[in-house]
Design a protein around this ligand. Sequence first.
Ligand SMILES: Cc1cc2nc3c(=O)[nH]c(=O)nc-3n(C[C@H](O)[C@H](O)[C@H](O)COP(=O)(O)OP(=O)(O)OC[C@H]3O[C@@H](n4cnc5c(N)ncnc54)[C@H](O)[C@@H]3O)c2cc1C
Length: 427
Amino acid sequence: MAERVLVVGGGVSGLLAARRHAHRGAVVTLLESGEGWGGRVSPLEIDDLTLDAGAESFATRTTAVEALARELGLGEDLVAPTRAPAWVVTPDRSYPLPTTGWLGIPTRPLLADVRRIIGWGAAAEAALERSRPLGVVEDDATVGSLVRTRLGDAVADLLVAPVLQGVYSRPLDELPLAAIDPTLPQQLRDAGSLLELASRRRRLAPAGASVMGIRGGMWRLTEALADAARAAGARLVWGTAVDSVEHVDGAWRVRAGGGTLVADVLVLAVPPVEAHRLVPALPEPVAERRVALATLVLDAPELDAAPRGTGVLALDGVTRAKALTHATAKWPWLRAAAAGGRHVVRLSYAIRDPHEDLLAHALADANRLLGVALPAERVLASALVEWPDASPARVRDEHPLPGLELVGVAAGLSGLAAIVGAQASRT
Ligand SMILES: Cc1cc2nc3c(=O)[nH]c(=O)nc-3n(C[C@H](O)[C@H](O)[C@H](O)COP(=O)(O)OP(=O)(O)OC[C@H]3O[C@@H](n4cnc5c(N)ncnc54)[C@H](O)[C@@H]3O)c2cc1C
């Protein structure tokens, strides 16, 4: 009898797993609690536009996502974003980030675009870093401690913090270098200096854009993946949450939608807290943060000139939002679709109080970060979407129990490049 596989979660990782197991001849059922596919890569309908509700691009540091898009027939629709630096807004100034950096670390501190931000003295001090002995680098050294002692507070606070806080939602001084990539402490020891490590990493980066998107939105990838999983024979069911699972006599009994299904293999493709709720034998995950994305469609011809490039990173205390993407400036296809002076901006928030009305902050935050003063009547439409968010964690054992497989967020992975890459290597 063919193996029975039950996949919990219909985001990109669950869909990939469903397709993979169906291809090898298993009888696959995927259950998704939401009303549609894609999880954090799903569409958002707003003001006659179909936008991305969550992820809007993918990192090109590996070719995994691009290869998947091509395989799914989306090769012609792969698009690069407009080339423009990200801006930083601090309480008293706004500046574009230097383009020659890695994680915000300037590979050439004496260049004018770096000096303008941190000043001559700090730039000269940072430039000497290569000649100073590295000393001992502990495996758990934080980015904050390393950058402050090696390159100075100005580099840490004005260049590195804006880049990393937007991605990791943690202060630099609490962010281990190893959390970005477990091999980085050793790479730093090998390089002998932070500037040398940054230069090496930049040289390794593929030519061209560091992220890419799909014309029409990243959600098209999960839509195409759902079609491919079905074509491979998987049964996909949405609107059905898995309530509980139990491992009895070598099989999984899965309760969902008022019934019970039995499977030989259980694939968890849900956030770590949910995975632990379903299978308490899994290690307890770190507390879950929640994030929200506010999308505004604005009638704002004053944004045609893209005053802050494709997006802005806000230093703590400037706005309630931590970052803004000017989506119509970033994606030419969206600019064409929005037409008529409409602009789309996306603001990301860390949720502190579940009752806080984040949309109430969104217009004021957008005005502050974009340097404009749009009144409320210029907001044509708005939407707020919330998600549990997991910082990239160390990849756990992907087969912690017999017949149990963890993929995507459940395996501690974050970002499409990591998630698609990990499953591509399993086929
Ligand atoms: C706002 C935002 C923007 C992002 N932007 C980018 C980006 O630009 N580029 C990038 O590479 N990455 C981005 N990411 C990260 C990326 O989207 C995620 O890492 C990735 O989509 C996670 O995929 P997944 O399938 O593992 O998990 P999810 O997409 O979280 O899928 C899990 C699914 O499980 C379902 N589920 C949960 N519990 C149950 C249950 N009991 N029963 C059934 N179903 C259940 C959920 O409804 C969900 O659909 C972003 C994330 C967020 C939140």
